[in-house]
Ligand binder design. Structure first.
Ligand SMILES: Cc1ncc(COP(=O)(O)O)c(C=O)c1O
Length: 354
């Protein structure tokens, strides 16, 4: 396996008070870097001091967006340091890479680089309730070339950012607007990849939703505007008549790792959980006949996000009296404990760093 070179920073930054900073504003002392060149493959994996990078103004990512990223978290309690579902996230990097025709990264080198980086930066992992170190791996095409084609050079990087508890004022329900005009992705497109284009496509509808007083957008399928897809940065799950239902993976939504965790835990608890097509009409009907018990999002940032209200075609549907559902609360509490090793890791989700 390729050796990972380590160049340590000579001066270390002062660590911020995590409870006072927003998401993704502060970065640790070091980062991971690796290069790709056609004919040579991925090479020179290294951990170096965090620094700005330069790119050509003709950098192909700036113009055509051939790039991917992922997002995961490391947790610490004293000597216990773990990266949650690190292997699944590294595998997903390669799923996204394939969709964008980016050369796949060597799994073992990336996992090793990630663990060495976290080990080196362990003092940056905040230990307060709900706090963690957000990990952002990403790959971008690096050819200085204005032609539209698959790049011949790439950079893979991992940067780290300490983050506060998502729910600084307590676990709270969000209000979501069902979007029936704009679409995020279509089947056959890039929806299953974590790629900048999908986020660029979501910004305008997100702004409109914010202006109307909603936290996020719930996307419908891009063909019929009928089937539920996902939320801006979360997958969506419904509890209808005692059963958890979440949209199936059809190529237009992200295969969320938290979604997988929720499905695995629900099955372990004996709660029926299915992945299938679910239309917005079915959700509204369930609301009207009283069988829609809960709605919640799942994602690395918030873990579980109860939905207190849904807006669709000018009407607001209040879910579960606008409060936190019992299942969402139980799931949040359990995953929160899994993250910090406070319950037995029967699924093997924790990648122990030391
Ligand atoms: C579009 C989208 N869907 C779903 C998710 C949830 O995925 P995960 O649980 O892997 O964080 C995210 C966040 O990563 C996302 O950006």
């Amino acid at each position: 396996m390729m050796e990972i070179r380590i160049e340590k920073a000579t001066t270390l930054k002062a660590k911020p008070d995590v409870s006072k900073i927003g998401f993704g504003t502060h970065f640790t002392d070091h980062m991971f870097l690796m290069d790709y060149e056609e004919g040579r493959g991925w090479h020179d994996p290294r951990i170096v001091p965090f620094h700005d990078i330069t790119v050509s103004p003709a950098n192909t990512t700036l113009h055509y967006g051939q790039a991917i990223f992922d997002g995961l978290k490391a947790y610490r309690r004293g000597d216990w340091v773990s990266i949650f579902r690190a292997r699944d996230h590294v595998r997903r990097i390669n799923v996204s890479a394939k969709i964008l025709d980016i050369p796949e990264v060597p799994f073992d080198v990336v996992l090793d680089g990630l663990k060495q980086l976290i080990k080196l930066e362990r003092d940056w992992i905040p230990q307060g309730e709900g706090q963690s170190l957000y990990i952002r791996p990403f790959i971008f095409a690096d050819d200085p070339y204005l032609g539209v084609r698959v790049s011949k050079t790439y950079k893979f990087m991992i940067i780290l950012s300490p983050v506060a508890a998502y729910y600084a004022h307590g676990f709270a329900p969000v209000k979501i607007m069902v979007e029936d005009k704009y679409v995020r992705a279509v089947r056959g497109g890039l929806g299953a990849a974590k790629t900048p284009a999908n986020y660029a496509a979501s910004l305008h509808a997100g702004l409109i939703a914010h202006d109307k007083g909603y936290d996020q957008v719930l996307w419908l399928d891009g063909v019929e505007r009928k089937y539920i897809e996902e939320v801006g940065s979360m997958n969506i799950l419904f509890k209808i008549n005692g059963e958890i239902v979440t949209p199936e993976l059809d190529g237009s939504i992200l295969d969320g790792i938290t979604r997988r965790t929720v499905l695995a835990v629900a099955k372990d608890w004996g709660v029926p959980a299915v992945e299938r097509k679910i239309s917005i009409d079915e959700v509204i009907t369930a609301h009207e006949n009283g069988t829609l018990e809960e709605v919640f999002g799942s994602g690395t940032a918030a873990v579980i996000s109860p939905v207190g209200a849904l807006e669709y075609k000018g009407r607001e549907y209040v879910i579960n009296g606008g409060g936190i559902g019992e299942f969402a609360q139980r799931m949040f509490d359990y995953i929160d404990k899994l993250h910090i090793g406070a319950v037995e890791d029967k699924f093997g989700f924790n990648e122990i760093v030391e």
